[in-house]
Ligand binder design. Sequence first.
Ligand code: AMP
Length: 283
Amino acid sequence: MILSSSHKVCEWVTAFRAAHLTIGFVPTMGALHQGHMVLVKAARRTCDKVMVSIFVNPLQFGPNEDFNRYPRTFDEDCDLCRRHGVDIVYHGDPQDFYPEGFSTKVRVDGLTEPLCGQGRPGHFEGVTTVVAKLLLRARPTRAFFGEKDFQQAQVIKRMVRDLDIPVQISLVPIVRESDGLAVSSRNRYLSPADRKSATCLYRGLCEARERWQGGEQNAGRLKQACRDLIQAEPNASIEYIEAARTCDLFLYPDDAEVSPPWVLALAVRFDKTRLIDNAHFTE
Ligand code: AMP
């Protein structure tokens, strides 16, 4: 079922809850792929009803970012949802989300400042504002987020905790193409040559993981191992490669020793396309 008004969503959610059915919620911006479908499968496994929202949220894009050209593939998305047993596709409408006079933002401090927060000012505020609205509308039992957007997931967990939003947040591991590139709606922007080179993100993360498993703990050397592989691709432009403590995203200085749980996170551009990836180290 496809719904585009918040009233309709509210009616269905009220009916589900009255019938004591649990609701699994997967917020997305559409251009759906296997990465999204793994979230849907996790929701299917654990909840009675599954709702996917599709909304390219203008609030989370900066003025020079890809809001206008972001891929919109609604018919294919609905098809994929149908085939994966999604009960409700909530197709958000900007007017319905941000009517005239809308003037409230949800901001999480601290966690939003490093990593992607540096290169995308205002991005996380846009994300937390829309996710807060979506959670209030969908009133899910559980909401599912991908570890691909690791910082986003940490920020949302903090928002939910700080604002006492009654939902369980579940994180799902990164889905990758067979050559290691994290599946992303933005991969379709890549030229064939850049698509080939883009495997360097994963190769860089794997190299750091090998060093870590070999006993290397120095943050600077772990980052450099990853950087060397990415820099070997002439068309890759590194925005950041950072080693961060998982709980608060404190960035380890180069001369510090990392200790688990920590994350190696990076953003790399190929021409106008910005890709992110990360590896998480728990032991
Ligand atoms: P997006 O549509 O890009 O905003 O993503 C919606 C959700 O899908 C977010 O929670 C993402 O982290 C998640 N997601 C996107 N790509 C992947 C992937 N390759 N693996 C796991 N989750 C993903």
